[in-house]
Design a protein around this ligand. Structure first.
Ligand code: DGL
Length: 268
């Protein structure tokens, strides 16, 4: 039994899709969320910079006495997870392994698509992990950077979203994939549009959902679940423009965001 909060961080608002799954699957856990809104996007930055930011975000959460850290950001998980696991003495989990495992389980043909930011796709983290689980898999990775601003504009059902999805995803249709990893925090919000473009034959894998499942398993195994069955406390931090996180975040979290604070990057 451990009533310390779970720490979740992301480059911005997108990680709230992961927090939402954690809230649903672990309804009694206290959570501290950090969105590095001052430095988003991570997806177009270098590995070295992403590693530095991910370390600072994790150190901030650690200073808040969290019992575990969830790296909600696919980009940070792709390039920085190993380093974080080494540098922090609490469990750190990312979204890549759960998403990759699920994709390797649901595919029938072994042809799997992965979409994400440019850094995520270039890191080859998802592709490599999927091959570890299913060595015969044929994995096609496509960076889809424009999906992030489209979702943040609230345009996920628009014609712009459909045309952008058609442009990015045609190659996956040509390769006849039967599973697609939504390898970025924002993409689950676009799932209806993506499904419409790809058709019903492609199973969409949501790493946010799979990660929350893995987190529950980890907390259970390590005896870290909060067995205090009261209304949990949720606390939010943003490194810039917290009001924007509050405004846009509702669409990601499906819940009002209060208890929100600004934390300057110099204080991370
Ligand atoms: N949160 C990032 C991810 O999941 C997307 C936004 C960014 O580029 O920072 O990869």
């Amino acid at each position: 039994m451990d009533n310390r909060p779970i720490g979740i961080f992301d480059s911005g608002v997108g990680g709230l899709t992961v927090m939402r799954e954690v809230m649903e699957q672990l309804p009694y856990e206290n959570i501290i969320y950090l969105g590095d809104t001052a430095r988003i996007p991570y997806g177009s930055k270098s590995e070295q910079t992403i590693k530095k930011y991910a370390h600072q975000c994790s150190a901030f959460l650690k200073s808040k006495n969290v019992k575990t850290i969830v790296v909600a950001c696919n980009t940070a998980s792709s390039v920085a997870l190993d380093q974080l696991t080494e540098n922090f003495d609490i469990p750190v989990i990312g979204v890549i392994e759960p998403g990759a495992r699920s994709a390797s389980e649901v595919t029938q043909t072994g042809r799997i698509g992965v979409i994400g930011t440019t850094a995520t796709i270039n890191s080859y983290a998802y592709q490599g992990k999927i091959m570890e689980y299913l060595s015969t898999a044929e994995v096609i990775g496509i960076p889809c950077p424009l999906f992030v601003p489209i979702v943040e504009e609230g345009w996920e059902y628009s014609q712009v979203a459909v045309l952008t999805a058609e442009k990015y995803l045609t190659e996956l249709i040509e390769h006849d994939v039967d599973a697609l990893v939504l390898g970025c925090t924002h993409y689950p919000i676009l799932r209806h549009t993506i499904k419409r473009v790809l058709g019903p034959g492609v199973i969409l894998v949501n790493p946010a959902f799979e990660t929350a499942k893995d987190l529950k398993k980890l907390l259970t195994e390590k005896d870290l679940l909060n067995e205090n069955y009261e209304k949990p406390i949720y606390e939010y931090y943003a490194t810039d423009a917290p009001e924007r996180l509050r405004r846009i975040g509702g669409n990601f979290l499906k819940k009002e965001i209060d208890n929100l604070h600004e934390i300057a990057i110099d204080n991370l």
